[in-house]
Design a protein around this ligand. Structure first.
Ligand code: ADP
Length: 606
C-alpha cells in the first residue's frame, strides 16, 4: 500500500478541498465564521482592556478623588463590559447553533457520497482488503476523527482568531511589560513539542486500528444481524464470533493503553511547564506594579494580556498541529476517492432488444491471483437462445456470468455484444441489458414491493404478473399486508421471514420485473422443491418470453428446456450442443452427469 509520504501536500490539498466544498455547498458557513471572528475578537480584547479603565477609575476614588467626577466613566465602562459580553455571547450562541446544523448536513453529505462511490467502484475492489481498509479509513477519517469540512474549517478558524487576538494583546504587552514575550515563547516551544508528540501518537494509533476496527465491526454486525440468527444458533457459532470480537477488542485496548501511557507522561511535563511559566509571569508583572512602573489597572491588564498572549500563541501552534492532524485523517477520504478504477468506461449506447453475445478466446484469472479459472472460452449466444451452463462446483460457471455482466474484465480475449467489445459500452447502458439472479442474491429489509421493483412508485400490475410467473403469487396473496409486507424483522416486528424457496421466487420476480433483454439465472432453483422447480422450467418460455436466457443449474432437468448446453470442465467449455447431442456423446461429461441424475429427472418428468 502506498503510504502518504511527508512530501505529499496533505494539508494543502485537504484544506483546499474543504474550502472548495464548503464554498460550493454551504457558502453561508463563511459568513458564520466572519461573524464569529468579530465577536470573539471583541470578547477577548474587552476582557483584557476594559477592566484596566474601570480599575484605574476605582483606584482614583480609593486614592481620594471625587466620586461625582468619575461615576459616569465607571458606569460607562461597566455597561460596556456587560453589553459587549452579552451581545457577543448571544451572537456566538446563534452561530454555533446554525453551524451544528451545517455540520450535520455535511456528515450526511459525505456518508451518501462514500456510499455512492462504493456503488460505482470496480466490483473487484469490493473484494480487495486494501480498498476495504481505505474505505474504512475514509469513513472514519472524514467523520469524527477530523470533524469533516466543519472540523477542518474550525481548526483553520482557530488559527485565524488566535493570530488576530495575538496582534491585539502583543500591542498591549509591548507598551506595558515587554519581557513577558520570551517567557511565554520558551514555554510555548516546549509545550508545542510535547503536544506534537501526543498528536503523532494519536495518528499512529488511528492507522494501527484501521484493520481491527473493520474486523471488530464486522463480527458485531454479524452477531446482531437477524438474518444470520439461524446460522449463529444452529452452528453454535456465537462463541466463535465472541472469541473473535474479544480478540480484536483486546488488540484495540492494547493499542489505546499503549498510547494513553505515553501521552500521560507528556501531559505531566506540560503541567509542570505551565506552572513555571505562570509563576515567572506573575512575579515579573507584580514586580513592575510594586515598583510603580505600571498602574494597578495596567497590572490587571498585563496579567490578562499575558494569559491571552500565551493562550493566543498556544492557540496558533495547537491550531496548526490540530489542522495537520485533522488533515491527515481527512486526507484518507481524498486518497479513497482517488483510488483508481481499473475498468475503462465506454460511452456507446446499446439500442434495441436483439443482441448477440460472443466470447472470443476469453481467459480469466481473478485479481491478485495467478491461477486461470477460465481459458479459451469461445461461445456465441444468439438472440432468444436459451443456454444452459452446467459443470461441477468450481468449474467457472458463475465466473463466466460475472464476466458477461462485466463485474470483472477478461484477462485475455474479448467479449462482444452485437460485434462491439463490451468495454466500449457505457456502463449504465450495459447493465440495463441484464436481469440476473445470482446464487447469493440479496433481499433487503424493505417491503416486498420495493424488493421486486427496487424503485417507487412501482407498477403493481406488473409486480402481480411477475409474481404469477415466478409462482409466488398465491403465497404473496396470503401475506397480511400484501406487497407492503416488510421482509425480515430488522425494522418491523410484523416483517415476514420468507422461506428459502419464497426468497428465490422473489429474486426471480425482481429479475422479471426489470424486463431486461437477457435473463440470467445462476442456480435459481436450488432452494425450490422439485415440483416448484419443474413448474418453473416448464413455464420457462412464458417466464422469459422471447428473451435470451442463460441458466446455471446442477439439476440437468433444466437443460431439456434449453436450446444449447455448455459443459464447463477443466477451466474451459468441454462440451457444447443440444441435450440430444450431448446425451449421445460416449463417455461425455454431460451424458455421465445426466445418467447419474436420470432417475431424478424421470421422476420429475413423469
Ligand atoms: P462455479 O460457479 O462453477 O461453481 P465459480 O465460477 O464460482 O465456479 O468459481 C470458479 C473458480 O474461481 C473456483 O476455483 C473459485 O474458487 C474461484 N473463485 C471464484 N470467485 C473468486 C474470487 N472472487 N476470487 C478468487 N477466486 C475466485
Amino acid at each position: 500500500m502506498r503510504k502518504s509520504s511527508a512530501k505529499e501536500p496533505v494539508c494543502r490539498k485537504t484544506i483546499g478541498f474543504m474550502i472548495k466544498t464548503a464554498w460550493q455547498k454551504k457558502p453561508s458557513l463563511f459568513l458564520l465564521y466572519f461573524i464569529r471572528l468579530i465577536c470573539e475578537f471583541v470578547q477577548k480584547m474587552q476582557v483584557v482592556i476594559l477592566p484596566k479603565f474601570l480599575i484605574d477609575e476605582l483606584m482614583l476614588i480609593i486614592g481620594g478623588a471625587e466620586l461625582s467626577a468619575h461615576i459616569n466613566n465607571i458606569i460607562l465602562y461597566a455597561a460596556l463590559i456587560v453589553i459587549t459580553s452579552f451581545v457577543t455571547q448571544v451572537t456566538l450562541h446563534i452561530c454555533f447553533h446554525v453551524k451544528s446544523f451545517i455540520n450535520e448536513w455535511f456528515n450526511r453529505y459525505f456518508e451518501e457520497d462514500i456510499a455512492g462511490r462504493c456503488m460505482n467502484m470496480d466490483f473487484e475492489h469490493t473484494e480487495n482488503p486494501e480498498v476495504l481498509d481505505r474505505l474504512n479509513k475514509a469513513k472514519e477519517g472524514m467523520s469524527w476523527y477530523s470533524g469533516g469540512v466543519v472540523g477542518i474549517l474550525d481548526s483553520l478558524y482557530d488559527i485565524i482568531i488566535n493570530v488576530t487576538v495575538l496582534l491585539g494583546v502583543s500591542f498591549v504587552i509591548i507598551i506595558t511589560c515587554p519581557l513577558l514575550f520570551p517567557v511565554q515563547l520558551i514555554s510555548l516551544a516546549l509545550i508545542t513539542w510535547l503536544n506534537g508528540r501526543n498528536n503523532r501518537l494519536e495518528v499512529e494509533s488511528f492507522k494501527a486500528l484501521a484493520k481491527s476496527n473493520r474486523v471488530f465491526g464486522y463480527v458485531f454486525y454479524q452477531l446482531s444481524d437477524f438474518s444470520l440468527g439461524k446460522e449463529i444458533r444452529l452452528y453454535d457459532s456465537a462463541d466463535m464470533m465472541c472469541r473473535k470480537a474479544k480478540y480484536f477488542s483486546e488488540k484495540q485496548i492494547n493499542v489505546w493503553r499503549d498510547r494513553a501511557n505515553k501521552q500521560n507522561k507528556n501531559d505531566w511535563a506540560m503541567n509542570v511547564i505551565n506552572a513555571l511559566r505562570d509563576g515567572l509571569s506573575y512575579f515579573y508583572i507584580g514586580y513592575l506594579a510594586i515598583t510603580g512602573a505600571i498602574s494597578i489597572g495596567d497590572f490587571s491588564m498585563s496579567v490578562a494580556a499575558a494569559s491571552s498572549l500565551y493562550w493566543g500563541l498556544y492557540g496558533v501552534v495547537s491550531g496548526v498541529q490540530n489542522i495537520i492532524k485533522r488533515c491527515n485523517y481527512a486526507y484518507e477520504y481524498l486518497k479513497f476517492t482517488a483510488y483508481p478504477n481499473a475498468m475503462t468506461k465506454g460511452d456507446k449506447n446499446i439500442g434495441g432488444n436483439n443482441h448477440t453475445i460472443e466470447f472470443k478466446n476469453v481467459s480469466f484469472k481473478y485479481p491478485r491471483s495467478d491461477k486461470y479459472v477460465l481459458r479459451n472460452i469461445n461461445i456465441r449466444i444468439t438472440q432468444g437462445e436459451h443456454l444452459s451452463v452446467v459443470g461441477l462446483n468450481g468449474a467457472g460457471k458463475t465466473t463466466f456470468i460475472k464476466l458477461l455482466c462485466r463485474l470483472y474484465d477478461v484477462t485475455d480475449g474479448e467479449i462482444l455484444i452485437d460485434g462491439v467489445n463490451i468495454k466500449d459500452y457505457s456502463d449504465e447502458e450495459y447493465r440495463k441489458l441484464f436481469a440476473v439472479v445470482f446464487q447469493d442474491f440479496k433481499l433487503f429489509a424493505f417491503s416486498l414491493r420495493e424488493n421486486i421493483a427496487l424503485n417507487v412508485p412501482a407498477d403493481d400490475e406488473k409486480i402481480e404478473k411477475v409474481l404469477k410467473l415466478s409462482g409466488f403469487y398465491d403465497d404473496a396473496q396470503k401475506l397480511e399486508q400484501g406487497l407492503d409486507t416488510m421482509l425480515f424483522k430488522s425494522f418491523d416486528e410484523k416483517g415476514t421471514e420468507l422461506s428459502g424457496g419464497q426468497q428465490q421466487k422473489t429474486a426471480i420476480s425482481r429479475a422479471l420485473y426489470k424486463d431486461a433483454p437477457i435473463v440470467i439465472l445462476d442456480e435459481p432453483t436450488a432452494a425450490l422443491d422439485p415440483i416448484a422447480e419443474y413448474d418453473i422450467y416448464r413455464s420457462f418460455d412464458s417466464l422469459v418470453g422471447g428473451k435470451t436466457a442463460i441458466y446455471i443449474s446442477h439439476r440437468l432437468s433444466s437443460c431439456k428446456f434449453c436450446d444449447k448446453i455448455a459443459v464447463f470442465a477443466d477451466d474451459t467449455i468441454k462440451e457444447y450442443g443440444t441435450h440430444d447431442e450431448l446425451v449421445g456423446l460416449k463417455n461425455g461429461i454431460y451424458s455421465e452427469m445426466f445418467a447419474t441424475q436420470a432417475q431424478y429427472y424421470n421422476d420429475c418428468a413423469s
